[in-house]
Design a binder for this molecule. Structure first.
Ligand code: GLN
Length: 420
């Protein structure tokens, strides 16, 4: 690496550790998970000081003064979208907590929180918005963001792949399918995609570590920079998964055999399991998503966590496998890149506008939170966030004279030129 790239690399890493010193965001509105469906109290926190253009300046604390949350006013479209979605799905009883990680089965299935963060840093939250749960697979996009940023987009594409697997998140079959259909000799991609277990563990193996640092600090510091606060590992979840992750152990041995994992496969798995056990809230997921929505810059702290090019690549990957084998249906119905985790969290991103974080533990058969999906769908529809949707802008087909043969006479040139 040349001197300039190395300096850039090191300065990017500086915030990762500086952020650890940042105070946790105010936790006054700690979610109860309860509340009557009729009296939906959505809280609103206005944006803090304008984000600094000096990207590293905010790393030690974000905006000078954290504004205080206050009740959001009816009539505010974000508030109304949250309140309606919360009310509509509060009593939805579908789905089941994950139980293949034993401790997850014990989480209260009634917990339900919704948070929306705009790219300007406004925060709307309702219900169990600050209750913590294990991030699980929602951690995957952040570590691959760091890998794209530091190892480069080509390295991630070549070692891991970015196409949809179309299979379950822990599919071994998918690994062998990719192994058997290499696009060329030098481009064998057995891991498949960074958002399924195989690819995510391979990403942990791949992510570069600067000299004098350890890999866990890079992974954790990165998650903290996205969240804009210090995070912790839930030891109970970490031990529960470590004792039972026999399927993931099979995956890493296969990836080692296929030379996708270059280091110690059990060490990569251990780091990945710890990464999945990090505690976050729906609010954290919304802030982390808003960092992607805001071109890689955390809208609360003002820290440029990854470049906007990296953020765009991660959102593209979310669109291939963010909700695993049901990602196609999700995009078809809702039209926003999103990532789910078996802890019950979902992060959905509307680039350039806002992100949503949801928490509700009962899952569908693919491992995606049922209420989270429904709430995001309703909010995105109401707020017009579908990234594929466009209002017609070009001139409407107004007069008969403009129709081309065989449906009408050729349009006069002047009528076509029109006003655009
Ligand atoms: N830690 C979980 C696993 O490896 C993550 C899966 C998920 O959230 N979909 O199985």
């Amino acid at each position: 690496m040349d001197g300039r790239r190395r300096r850039l690399w090191m300065s990017r890493l500086a915030w990762v550790f500086a952020i650890a010193a940042a105070p946790a965001s105010c936790a006054t509105m700690h979610g109860s998970g309860g509340g009557s469906a009729d009296a939906v109290a959505v809280s609103y926190t206005p944006p803090g000081d304008p984000a600094s253009d000096v990207v590293l300046a905010a790393a030690t604390g974000g905006p000078g003064v954290m504004p205080t949350p206050r009740p959001a006013s009816p009539g505010d479209p974000f508030r109304d979208a949250l309140a309606d979605a919360y009310k509509s799905f509060k009593s939805l009883g579908e789905g089941k907590n994950a139980d293949y990680i034993p401790v997850l089965a014990k989480v209260d299935p009634g917990l339900y929180g919704l948070v929306l963060v705009t790219v300007r840093g406004a925060v709307y939250e309702v219900g169990a918005a600050r209750d913590e749960f294990s991030i699980q697979s929602v951690s995957k996009p952040f570590t691959v963001a760091r890998a794209i940023e530091t190892a480069g987009p080509d390295a991630v594409n070549k070692r891991i792949g970015v196409n949809a697997t179309g299979q379950k998140f822990n599919s071994i079959l998918a690994i062998d399918l990719f192994k058997n259909i290499p696009s060329d000799e030098k481009h064998v991609i057995p891991a498949g995609n960074p958002l399924v277990n195989a690819g995510a563990i391979a990403t942990v193996d791949l992510v570069p570590v600067p000299r004098g640092m350890d890999k866990w600090s890079v992974i954790m510091g990165n998650l903290e920079a996205f969240a804009g606060r210090k995070l912790t590992v839930n030891d109970e979840v970490y031990h529960s998964e470590s004792e039972t992750n026999t399927h993931n152990r099979a995956i890493v041995q296969l990836l080692k055999d296929y030379e996708v994992i270059e280091g110690d496969p059990m060490q990569a798995l251990d780091l990945y399991t710890r990464q999945c056990s990090v505690s976050v809230s729906a609010r954290d997921l919304a802030v982390m998503g808003a960092t992607f929505a805001n071109g890689g810059r955390n809208p609360i702290t003002g820290v440029q966590v990854v470049s906007s090019q990296t953020a765009a690549k991660v959102l593209a990957v979310l669109s291939t496998a963010g909700l695993y084998e049901t990602t196609g249906e999700w995009l078809y119905k809702v039209g926003v890149p999103a990532k789910s985790g078996v802890g019950g969290g979902i992060m959905a991103v509307v680039p350039g506008k806002f992100a949503i974080g949801t928490f509700s533990p009962p899952l569908d058969p693919a491992g995606n939170s049922v209420r989270g999906q429904r709430a995001i769908e309703a909010m995105v529809q109401k707020l017009g966030g579908n990234v594929f949707a466009a209002k017609p802008v070009g001139r409407a087909h107004e007069t008969k004279a403009e129709a081309s043969p065989p449906f009408g006479p050729p349009a006069p040139v002047t009528a076509i030129a029109g006003t655009n």
